[in-house]
Design a binder for this molecule. Structure first.
Ligand SMILES: Cc1cc2nc3c(=O)[nH]c(=O)nc-3n(C[C@H](O)[C@H](O)[C@H](O)COP(=O)(O)O)c2cc1C
Length: 351
């Protein structure tokens, strides 16, 4: 893609309404990972997969560097803003700000287990306060026209799994939320780190399938431990959407077949080298405005995973991108040189 093409796509996309209010495939909100540079990169790989920001707290939006925190590129659409908070008025105000900036969906985080989040009384501990979440949803829906969605766990701590899940969803659905994204495991708020809370509590995909079966009018997206498109296709026989997290970040080429497989696109998947070329105009634009090159290259290290030369690509970027102070075209050349260390993979596929 040339720079002019990239800008054309931005303008076209900015004028379009959101493609699908509920996408069958999405990439999870991931703090420090799904920043705007990562999202722009993923968008080059798939035109349709729905993207989520990192969680942004209401406090940061209302009292912090809002413009920087909420900035996104129009090419990122469809893109959802994930909010962290539990004060209905603050959430409504932040939802209004986000929708005003053009986000296609506002999502409330009820799944994050970190201590910092618990002390602010939001994230996963809200699973124990469905009435408060319902109040938040009412306030947010009153402030915006775009969908308001909730991402949550099955339950927390000793709470019973199915009863907590269905009770939470019913209460929040009564407030008008119709789309739930369920990370299919409990969160243990005491004793497990956030990372352990993504690995230790067992996955219960069956409970999310049951939720859809028993609440067929709701849009249910499943999340947690889904690592291949075949697995995603299997889940889509039971639920409306699949959200991929770590697999999409660590192995972004996983998304190359998503448009054809899940969104009815005809165009062949891009090769990894074509993806690099298509991302270069974005890198040049960002470097031109002072963004350090490494802010982009750190997200693309996994692109060639599983292909001969992947290590050389990673090493070249890791050695040369930090501290880079050259021109935008020099930055593009550096990334192109790294890609040249990898064999042509036009036909290589990821399951
Ligand atoms: C580095 C990292 C940061 C995360 N940050 C968030 C976040 O900001 N908001 C959120 O709802 N979930 C967050 N999560 C959880 C993911 O959205 C997702 O629910 C979880 O990783 C399970 O999906 P997976 O097994 O496909 O990765 C994060 C996960 C990771 C790995």
């Amino acid at each position: 893609m040339r720079l002019s093409d990239f800008n054309n796509r931005r303008e076209q996309v900015a004028e379009q309404p959101p493609k699908q209010p509920h996408a069958p495939l999405s990439v999870a909100p991931m703090m420090d990972w799904t920043d705007r540079h990562e999202r722009a990169f993923l968008r080059v790989i798939s035109e349709n997969v729905r993207l989520y920001t990192e969680m942004v707290t209401t406090g940061a939006i209302l009292h912090g560097p809002r413009d920087r925190l909420l900035a996104f590129d129009p090419a990122e659409h469809p893109v959802a803003l994930q909010l962290g908070g539990s004060d209905p008025a603050a959430l409504a105000e932040c939802a209004r700000i986000g929708a005003g900036l053009g986000y296609d969906e506002i999502n409330l985080n009820c799944g994050c287990p970190s201590d910092r989040v618990q002390s602010g009384r939001f994230g996963a501990c809200l699973m124990a306060e469905p009435d408060l979440v319902a109040d938040c949803v009412v306030a947010m829906r009153g402030a915006v026209d775009v969908p308001v969605t909730v991402k949550h766990r099955i339950a927390i701590d000793e709470m019973p799994e199915w009863d907590t899940l269905v009770g939470f969803v019913d209460t929040v659905a009564a407030a008008g939320c119709t789309h739930f994204i369920v990370h299919a495991r409990k969160a243990w708020l005491d004793g497990l780190s956030p990372r352990e809370n993504r690995e230790v509590p067992p996955l219960h995909h069956d409970l999310v399938h049951r939720l859809k079966a028993e609440r067929p009018d709701l849009h249910i997206t499943i999340n947690g431990g889904i690592e291949t498109l075949d697995a995603a296709a299997g889940h889509l026989e039971h639920v409306d959407g699949v959200m991929l997290g770590r697999a999409a970040y660590q192995n972004p080429y996983l998304l190359a077949e998503v448009d054809r497989r899940f969104f009815g696109a005809d165009a062949p998947a891009k090769s990894r080298h074509e993806i690099v070329d298509a991302y270069l105009p974005y890198i040049e634009l960002e470097v031109a405005t002072g963004t350090p090159l490494i802010a982009m290259t750190r997200h693309i290290l996994g692109l060639f995973n599983g292909v001969r030369g992947a290590r050389a690509w990673r090493r070249y970027l890791s050695e040369n991108a930090p501290g880079f102070e050259g021109t935008p075209s020099g930055a593009a050349r550096l990334v192109r040189d790294a890609a040249a260390l990898v064999e042509d993979t036009a036909t290589a596929q990821v399951a």
